[in-house]
Ligand binder design. Structure first.
Ligand code: ATP
Length: 315
């Protein structure tokens, strides 16, 4: 395996009409989860990926497993829980520009993940373990599962990648800050967005914030700066990697996951840090141009074409 990831994936319902959801009759359904998005992004780029999770023993669980398996991700470590449901969420379009999200995930099957869901040998065979700050917010069990997965990775020389992916609805600010700071410090590579960095370390400029993550223990900091691109900070390399221009942003959600997939893909292919981040910027930009979290994730050929079309010599 190149990358193994761990986390909750839900079925997302979006009403086809705008307005209060009580009046909605038709919904579209999609499979949505930050970690599985990253696994899918990497699989599209030709890498071997695995996703660890727990699903409810229900039709939504079956839908998620088939979808992710169909994208070429190994789901051999996914288990089904008889006594809990798969998480669901709804994206209510109140007006053209106003969205309201409603989650039905409390005590979901994934929130019951525990150390028993982890196989050290499976993790030890990967090059990277990717985890996010969403999982520890689901439950104490889930937090312990993330810690155990990191421990297995460290013990077996697997590089740990951590994306804070702050979800303020899931926990209190003070506890979130404490846990995200701890996990960021345990990661080899940390991928915060600038807003998340400010949430964790206080308002400052991107250089000082990257330094704060570095001083906190991360060996490589890759800070996402939206359309501007990203800022990297490691022992070997520091500086901006400019983003790719996008004609029209259709749906920005999922850009961060695409970015993570692109960066990891570059590192797996042996690119230098800034070249890998450039690939991350390209995938992130491509995701914003398509509706949905995973629909815009490119294969290698489309990615190369996009990057060549917007050629840059700056890294
Ligand atoms: P998400 O909404 O998925 O949580 P995020 O907040 O983690 O995203 P962003 O900084 O919004 O992360 O986006 C990740 C990367 O995607 C950026 O660093 C950039 O490379 C690319 N990107 C995002 N938005 C744009 C844009 N409007 N134009 C070009 N590139 C973009």
């Amino acid at each position: 395996m190149d990358v193994i990831t761990l986390g909750e994936t839900m079925v997302l319902f979006t009403p086809k009409s705008s307005g209060l959801m009580r009046y909605a009759g038709d919904f579209s359904t999609k499979v949505a989860g930050a970690e599985s998005n990253v696994a899918i992004g990497l699989a599209r780029l030709g890498h071997q990926t695995g996703w660890i999770s727990r699903l409810g023993k229900d039709e939504f669980g079956e839908k998620i497993q088939s979808f992710i398996r169909g994208e070429g991700v190994d789901v051999s470590q996914v288990t089904f829980d008889d006594s809990a449901s798969t998480g669901l969420y709804f994206k209510e379009k109140l007006t053209a520009n106003e969205l309201r999200l409603k989650y039905y995930r409390s005590d979901s099957a994934a929130s019951r993940m525990s150390d028993d869901d982890l196989d050290e040998t499976y993790i030890s065979n990967a090059r990277f373990l990717h985890v996010t700050g969403i999982t520890p917010a689901l439950s104490e069990h889930c937090f312990e599962t993330v810690l155990k997965a990191m421990e297995y990775a460290h013990r077996n020389g697997v590089t740990v990648v951590f994306d804070p992916n702050l979800r303020r609805k899931l926990w209190t600010d003070s506890y979130a800050r404490q846990v995200l700071r701890k996990l960021s410090g345990m990661a080899d590579i940390v991928l915060p967005g600038i807003d998340e960095a400010e949430f964790i370390f206080g308002q400052s400029d991107h250089e000082s914030l990257a330094q704060a993550f570095f001083d906190n223990g991360a060996k490589t900091v890759i800070m996402k700066l939206g359309k501007k691109g990203a800022y990297v900070h490691s022992d070997q390399s520091k500086g901006f990697v400019e983003g790719f221009p996008v004609e029209q942003v259709v749906d920005p959600v999922g850009a961060g996951d695409g970015f993570a997939a692109g960066c990891l893909s570059g590192l797996i292919d042996g690119l230098g840090l800034k070249e890998a981040v450039k690939r991350g910027n390209a995938v992130g930009a491509m995701v914003t141009m398509v509706d949905g979290d995973v629909e815009g994730l490119p294969g290698k050929a489309r990615l190369t074409e996009f990057m060549n079309r917007t050629h840059r010599d700056d890294v």
